[in-house]
Design a protein around this ligand. Structure first.
Ligand code: SF4
Length: 715
């Protein structure tokens, strides 16, 4: 009997609940899914006890099963009625026709314009198996260097800084439960009360035991309301704030001299650079009173391990990272962590709160333009030789590094850029900065092929759309924000007409003459075999999964790669020491001026997720948060004659959008905020800047100059 035959079929049968994990964010909350029973009882989920979520789910998690049998679910491949005319309507097609058409388009493009004329774009929500397979497909079946993924927009600055300073990028190098025992936790630009509410439990336990939470955020978010100290800097000045904190810590003589001497390099230069950031100067740069800076620095120092405190943690999120100086900003916070001797200490250290469901695993196994599986660099000859051997090809045949995500999207259809693209698990028409331009670039491609389970705004521009399985209909592993590799088991048979991404890649590889290199992906695919190949490809790499098996994950409830707590004795650098990296505050790329006097910052809200392809289709989430808005301070609104719920026009150098105005004293008067989950006239990313961090190539989503005016008063 095959696994398909043992599984409950939607609308026909029922089995007991299946242990699984949420399809959304990097907390990967554990849940139990009860599949569909009969035609009237839909699939349901309940939270399951697990170290990260302790049985709780957020609104998105509770409603995750609503999408499994959603009426707008794609269940047949779609092709254009008039081939080559994207204004013609989609018509259903067989899988054979659709895959033939895609393979023909890819081959023709490469024959006419070269291998790099085809781009591949992935997503941070894809399982490890799919992320691995997509990277292999790009490099082996297509031979293109042009692959990257939307995770580049998520945490690439923290990854770049962690690699350079600590020798490794693993979001949190300690379990989330360690938060409970800490004495001081600093959250930099992370609103976990809305983005991952179940995680708040750990912070509440920490505070109930006398620990203190410091939140650094320009907005008085729900997380900031729960904090013992809220520092509210001008958007884009987090690095100056970090330099000010280090200045105070050095001036107080609170650094861990022994740790610095025995386990780090480069402190003297960083200390010298921090001298210039006196608290009064930092107050002028950031707007944060120097008295609060002193209080934060004191709390951080007194709880650090060398002072026999309970532990100090610094956790960064997108607020600090999504800037053109994001990598340097993270370095500035890691420098504080090193000065206080936090890494490897009890309930202490630096970590990044990864956002997307498989943001961690997705960047470890080959979707990124410069990486091969196991977090190996594609420019490293030894790495190329190892991976090429696993893939059965000559290392010489492996392409080199390609363009980063935004640069890749911006090159589409342009002279020297890709002319065709295969896209999985991403919706850049909504999620990319300068989205109007990127939308035009995507539309200018000769061929666009998209695999998704709904007709996203990007899929709507495609030549061919392939309907693929959702989380509960396929087996695969995800790596959560702690580096914990989890198994999401197949719980339901997918609707007829739907295939997994692995099967899509196999079908295409066969048509490109490379089917023999993708045997485990063939219909029906075997994700476990793909994972076993990933294990071999990652062996010896920085993210080594070779000892992790499906059986171990099931037995142990997840396996944290590299060990639970890292950096206890040494760092994985050439000499075992961490690196202080000097930073100089540079400010935002686009300062305000008389035409654009406000700073626009963007982010997520509780009831929606990323580009909204899924959550905008869940009725209860739409009722909770159904439309885009701009949040502004009541004083600014009064000056501009904008009232609550009026329609307001927000304009930046990239364009303008019209959305509902919401007045809130929780935001700085010099700042406005928009969530980025919507398309069309409420698309926040129409406005955002495409300035890129020079190291991570992360776009500056979190700050650009804007103006706001009344469009239509509420009737
Ligand atoms: Fe899902 Fe994240 Fe919500 Fe947990 S916090 S239920 S993983 S969206």
């Amino acid at each position: 009997m095959t696994i398909q035959e043992t599984l409950p079929v939607p609308g026909k049968s029922r089995a007991g609940s299946v242990p699984t994990h949420c399809p959304y964010c990097a907390l990967q909350c554990a849940m139990s899914l009860t599949p569909t029973m009969g035609a009237v009882t839909p699939a349901t989920v309940v939270g399951r006890e697990f170290p990260t979520n302790r049985g709780a789910l957020c609104q998105k998690g509770w409603t995750a099963a609503d999408l499994l049998e959603h009426p707008s679910r794609l269940t047949s491949p779609l092709v254009r009625e008039v081939r080559g005319d994207r204004t013609s309507r989609f018509v259903p097609a067989s899988w054979q026709t659709a895959l033939d058409e895609i393979a023909e388009g890819l081959l023709r493009t490469q024959q006419q314009h070269g291998r790099d004329a085809v781009a591949v774009f992935g997503g941070g929500g894809l399982t490890n198996e799919k992320a691995y397979a997509l990277g292999k497909f790009a490099r082996v079946a297509l031979g293109t260097s042009q692959i990257d993924y939307n995770g580049r927009f998520c945490m690439s600055s923290a990854a770049a800084a962690s690699n350079a300073a600590l020798g490794l990028d693993r979001g949190m190098p300690f379990p989330l439960t360690d938060v409970q025992g800490a004495g001081t936790v600093v959250l930099v630009g992370s609103n976990i009360a809305e983005t991952m509410p179940p995680a708040l439990q750990h912070f509440e336990i920490m505070r109930a035991a006398g620990g203190r939470l410091i939140v650094i955020d320009p907005r008085v978010t729900r997380t900031a309301l729960n904090a013992d100290l809220h520092l509210q800097p001008v958007p884009g000045t987090d690095m100056a704030l970090a330099l000010g904190l280090l200045h105070i810590i050095c001036a107080q003589g609170a650094v861990d001299e022994e740790f610095i001497a025995s386990r780090t390099a480069g402190y003297a230069q960083v200390r010298a650079a921090a001298q210039a950031y006196r608290p009064d100067h930092v107050e002028r740069l950031t707007g944060v009173p120097s008295s609060l800076l002193h209080r934060a620095a004191t709390w951080m120092a007194e709880q650090s391990p060398h002072r026999h405190g309970r532990g100090t943690m610094i956790l960064t999120g997108r607020g600090g990272e999504q800037h053109a100086n994001g990598t340097s900003t993270v370095h500035a916070f890691i420098n504080i962590a090193l000065a206080l001797g936090l890494p490897g200490g009890r309930n202490s250290g630096y970590g990044c709160l990864t956002g997307q469901g498989n943001g961690q695993g997705g960047r470890e196994h080959g979707q990124k333009a410069d990486q091969l599986p196991g977090y190996r660099m594609i420019t490293d000859p030894a790495a190329r030789a190892h991976v090429a051997k696993v893939w059965g090809i000559d290392p010489e045949d492996l392409p080199g590094p390609g363009r980063s995500a935004f640069e890749l999207l911006d090159a589409l259809g342009q002279r020297g850029g890709p002319r065709a693209m295969l896209l999985m698990g991403s919706n850049p028409v909504v999620s990319s900065p300068s989205a109007a331009r990127i939308s035009d670039r995507i539309a200018s491609l000769d061929f666009l092929y998209v695999a998704d389970f709904f007709l996203s705004e990007t899929a709507a521009l495609a030549d061919v759309v392939l309907p693929v399985t959702q989380w509960a209909e396929e087996t695969g592993t995800m790596t959560n924000l702690e580096g914990r590799v989890l198994l999401r088991q197949q719980a339901m048979v997918p609707p007829p007409g739907v295939r997994s991404d692995l099967e899509v890649l196999s079908g295409l590889a066969a048509r490109l003459g490379q089917g023999q290199r993708f045997p485990a992906h063939a219909f029906p695919s075997d994700p476990q075999q793909v994972f076993d190949e990933l294990r071999r490809a990652s062996e010896g790499g920085r993210a080594d999964y070779s000892s992790i098996t499906y059986a171990r994950i099931q037995d142990e409830g997840g396996v944290i790669w590299g060990g639970e707590r890292m950096f206890v004795d040494s760092f994985p650098t050439a000499d075992g020491r961490a690196r202080f990296v000097p930073t100089v505050f540079t400010g935002v790329t686009e300062p305000t001026d008389s035409h654009y006097p406000l700073t626009l910052t963007t982010g997520r809200i509780l009831a929606q997720y990323q580009s909204g392809t899924q959550t905008r289709r869940v009725e209860s989430l739409v009722q909770a948060a159904g439309q885009p808005f701009v949040e502004l301070h009541p004083d600014v609104a009064a000056d501009l004659g904008i009232g609550s719920e009026d329609r307001a026009r927000v304009t930046t150098r990239r364009g303008s959008v019209v959305v509902e105005a919401r007045l809130s004293g929780a935001i700085r008067a010099d700042t406005i905020f928009m969530p980025f989950h919507w398309a069309g006239e409420g698309r926040a990313n129409t406005l955002t800047s495409d300035a890129l961090d020079p190291t991570s190539r992360m776009p500056e989503f979190k700050a650009c100059a804007a103006r706001i005016e009344l469009e239509v008063a509420k009737s």
